[in-house]
Design a protein around this ligand. Structure first.
Ligand code: CMC
Length: 442
């Protein structure tokens, strides 16, 4: 019988086949490590050591490629089968039948709202879309060419100074207030960052409009009394918002949880998520798709481009995914939304190139063998461009809906008794215990 790594957890799996026997070849000692939900606890490995005074075995996993950081009941992904579910509801059904605010409620509360709950929720969000005038002054202080994502990140962080009570994480009614404020104010801040770059006056929210309709109005309203966007565009934006609302433990969600684990206020935690999303490897792939389509120039150049990809000269942007090894379910829905948008705006000329690329790539052995399929970013950039968005706004359009996911994950973390402040280990590779050398002797 092997030595127990952790008596508590080992006892839980005693007599069960749900354990891993590890033999430490340095000592010949064997250990039973319990397996729970397909995982072992990294802390259970700490007891595997060559001597009492030596450190135990740790797990080295840069990028968390195979490390679960939490238990979560929010979003389920099966990358092999191309399945994405929020709280158990397939993304296809939500995109077909739901509104973004209903999905936000589902992510945060765990259940679809009743009619009364939905109406209260929509009312709360609608009546918190305004921001303090000093936030407006703060935003106006940015340089004329400030990146809208940088403005959004700073402004959300600044909200924590307007709501100091948000640091109280134990009072559920205070917490609820911040959830409402954050979801409500995000479109206002995003739209103002856009107007700022255009040198246009900021437009105040219109409480008679829907969440997506109000966002479009704050982006595009000029001198007209009332701005009413085309219903098809509003619906397409709602669908895009639903598709981007959550995606389990991605880079920005991990940032929100990691920063939030210090028990900082939620505005500061969400601004960390926005910072993570700003990076080109996370929120910027759809911009890369547009640049690629422009460079290809016309559909007849697609075969040459594909040859270049196959020869390793470059990547087909908008294809492939770390998790999905099948058609990204969001890409299928987005393609339909693109058709609806182009019906209003006219077809984006780059669409022809995109369709030709997809057709050739899906039949080509190189892509089939590597299980490379279109991902969410392959078509989203085309839609955003058709809506009149510059590429600098693309990550902002991602951050607005992802806020509900970040908040749901943050709330789940706050209430999870197993969570601790995020504090990884390291493998130290530097010098040890050197004597200080005076500057004139270096
Ligand atoms: N074009 C051509 N070849 C590719 C591509 C691509 N887009 N993606 C992967 N491959 C090849 C890669 O060269 C490798 O081939 P080989 O085995 O011969 O070396 C194989 O497929 C496996 O690739 P990988 O880099 O090990 O896969 P990964 O899981 O580390 O990368 C990825 C995932 C998304 C970074 C990658 O597919 C990629 O760079 N795609 C293009 C960028 C893109 O569209 N990113 C947006 C992702 S969706 C965003 C979101 O969900 O938030």
């Amino acid at each position: 019988m092997g030595a127990d790594v952790s008596q508590e957890t080992a006892a839980a799996s005693a007599g069960s086949a749900e354990s891993l026997t590890v033999r430490d070849n340095r000592t010949g000692q064997e250990y039973d490590v319990p397996i729970l939900d397909g995982t072992i606890r990294a802390a259970d490995l700490a007891g595997i050591r060559t001597a009492d005074e030596e450190p135990g075995v740790a797990v080295y996993d840069p990028g968390f490629v195979n490390t679960a950081s939490c238990r979560s009941a929010i979003t389920y992904i099966d990358g092999d089968k191309g399945i994405l579910e929020y709280r158990g509801y397939p993304i296809e059904q939500l995109a077909e039948n739901s509104t973004y605010l209903e999905v936000a409620y589902l992510l945060i509360h765990g259940e679809l709202p009743t009619k009364d709950q939905y109406e209260t929720w929509v009312h709360e969000i609608t009546y918190h879309t305004f921001v303090h005038e000093n936030i407006k002054t703060f935003m106006q202080g940015f340089r004329y060419d400030a990146h809208p994502m940088g403005m959004l990140l700073a402004s959300v962080g600044a909200l924590s100074t307007f709501y100091p009570e948000s640091r109280n994480l134990t009072d559920t009614s205070i917490r609820h207030m911040q959830v409402v404020r954050m979801i409500a104010k995000m479109p206002t801040l995003g739209a103002w960052a856009f107007r700022h770059a255009q040198g246009k006056p900021y437009v105040y929210p219109d409480n008679e409009l829907s969440y997506a309709g109000n966002f479009l109005a704050m982006l595009f309203k000029m001198s007209e009394q009332k701005f009413q966007a085309d219903e098809r565009l509003i619906r397409a934006l709602e669908v895009l918002f639903i598709l981007h609302a959550d995606h389990e433990q991605n880079c920005s969600t991990n940032a929100v949880r990691s920063v939030g684990s210090s028990q900082v206020d939620p505005y500061s935690a969400v601004s960390a998520g926005i910072a993570a999303l700003f990076g080109p490897l996370h929120g910027g792939a759809n911009e890369a798709v547009l640049r690629m389509l422009r460079r290809i120039g016309s559909a007849d150049k697609v075969p040459d481009f594909i040859d270049g990809v196959k020869n390793g000269k470059e990547r087909l942007m908008g294809f492939g995914h770390r998790v999905y090894k099948n058609y990204d379910p969001r890409a299928r829905i987005i393609k339909k939304a693109a058709d609806d948008v182009f019906e209003v705006t006219g077809v984006n000329p780059l669409l022809k190139i995109a369709l030709e690329l997809e057709k050739i790539a899906l039949e080509d052995e190189y892509f089939v063998k590597r299980r490379l399929y279109p991902n969410v970013d392959f078509y989203s950039g085309l839609i955003y461009e058709a809506l009149g968005m510059p590429v600098s706004m693309f990550p902002v359009l991602f951050a607005i809906p992802r806020t509900s996911g970040w908040i749901a994950q943050w709330l789940e973390m706050i209430d999870d008794s197993e969570q601790k402040i995020a504090r990884p280990r390291q493998i130290y590779t530097g010098e040890r215990t050197r004597d200080y050398v005076a500057m004139d002797r270096r």
